[in-house]
Design a protein around this ligand. Structure first.
Ligand code: KGT
Length: 274
C-alpha cells in the first residue's frame, strides 16, 4: 500500500541548513515501496528578508536546490513534494512560489505555481501580508499520476478556495496536498475546519504540511500538520515542533465513501477546468 507523509519544519533563511533538517527527518520516516512525502511551503527558505528569494530563485528544472531535492528523493526512495521553492518568473522583480514533485528516480515530474496570493490583513505582529509584491501567481491546475493515486497540488492560502479543490477532484485527484506556512492567528481559527471540509466535500485524502514556530523575522506559524482521510477523520497530526506525520493511503476507503455518498454524481454545479 502507498504511504503518505508530511514533514513539519521550522525553516530558517538558510537553504543548506533546511536541507540538512529535511534529510534528518527523511531518514526517520517509515519505509514504503510507494511513499509521497510533502514538505511545507517555503521549505528551503523562510523567515528571512522579504525579496531575498529573487537573488537565488532558480530556472525551472535546473539549479542547486532542485538538484539537492532530487537527490533526497532518490536517496530515500520517495516521491518528494517540495512545498514551494522560489522559481524564476517572466517578471524580473518577481518569483513564482512553485511546488515541485520529484520521483524516486530523481526526475522532476511536475510543478505547480501557487495561484492564490496572500494579500490580506491579519491581526498578528506582521499586521499585513502582500505576497503579490514579490510573487507571480500561477493560473494552471497541477495534477500528477503516481502508481496508486492521482495527486492534486495546492499551496497554503489556496485552501480558502474550494473551487480549486473541486476542479482538482473533477480532474481525478484522490489525494490533495496543502503545503503551507499558515499564520498562527488564522491557523488557530481556520486551519483544521477548512482542511476537513476540503477532505469531506471532495472525498479525498488531504496531506497538509505546515511550518511551525517563531521564525527569525518574527513571523509565527501554526504547525498542526495533518493527514485527513476522505471521511474527514484526522488520521495523523503533529501540533507543535518539528517532526512528521504519516499514514497509509486506502483506495478501498475512497471507493466506498464515493459509492455510498455519490456527491460528484449529485452535484448540480460544474466548475470550469483549464
Ligand atoms: O512568505 C513566505 O516566505 C512563504 N509564504 C507564505 O508564508 C505565504 C504567503 S505570505 N503564507 C500564506 O499563504 C498564509 C496563508 C494563511 O495563513 C491563511 O490563509 O490564513
Amino acid at each position: 500500500m502507498a504511504r503518505l507523509s508530511a514533514i513539519q519544519l521550522q525553516s530558517v533563511p538558510d537553504v543548506v541548513a533546511n536541507l540538512a533538517n529535511i534529510k534528518k527527518t527523511l531518514s526517520s520516516l517509515p519505509e514504503s515501496d510507494e511513499h509521497l512525502v510533502v514538505l511545507p511551503e517555503a521549505c528551503l527558505y523562510f523567515g528571512g528578508q522579504d525579496g531575498k528569494q529573487i537573488e537565488f530563485a532558480e530556472p525551472l528544472g535546473n539549479g542547486f536546490m532542485q538538484q539537492q531535492l532530487a537527490q533526497l528523493a532518490t536517496q530515500f526512495n520517495v516521491y518528494l513534494l517540495a512545498g514551494t521553492i522560489p522559481i524564476q518568473s517572466q517578471q524580473e522583480d518577481k518569483f513564482t512560489a512553485s511546488s515541485l514533485l520529484f520521483s524516486p528516480e530523481g526526475e522532476l515530474l511536475n510543478d505547480y505555481q501557487k495561484i492564490h496570493l496572500f494579500d490580506v490583513d491579519v491581526a498578528d505582529n506582521e499586521k499585513s501580508y502582500r505576497e503579490s509584491k514579490l510573487t507571480q501567481g500561477g493560473e494552471k491546475l497541477s495534477l500528477s499520476s503516481l502508481p496508486s493515486f492521482n495527486l492534486g497540488m495546492t499551496v497554503c492560502y489556496d485552501l480558502r478556495f474550494p473551487e480549486l479543490f473541486r476542479a482538482l477532484t473533477i480532474a481525478g485527484a484522490d489525494v490533495i496536498c496543502v503545503p503551507s506556512a499558515f499564520t498562527k492567528v488564522t491557523g488557530k481559527a481556520h486551519w483544521q475546519p477548512l482542511l476537513q471540509a476540503r477532505a469531506i466535500e471532495n472525498q479525498v485524502y488531504i496531506v497538509a504540511a505546515d511550518q511551525e514556530g517563531v521564525h527569525l523575522n518574527g513571523r509565527q506559524t501554526y504547525g498542526h500538520s495533518m493527514i485527513i482521510n476522505p471521511w474527514g477523520e484526522i488520521i495523523a497530526m503533529q501540533a507543535d515542533g518539528a517532526g512528521y506525520v504519516s499514514a497509509e493511503f486506502d483506495r478501498q476507503l475512497i471507493n466506498k465513501i464515493r459509492a455510498d455518498i455519490p456527491v460528484s454524481r449529485h452535484n448540480k454545479f460544474s466548475v470550469k477546468l483549464n
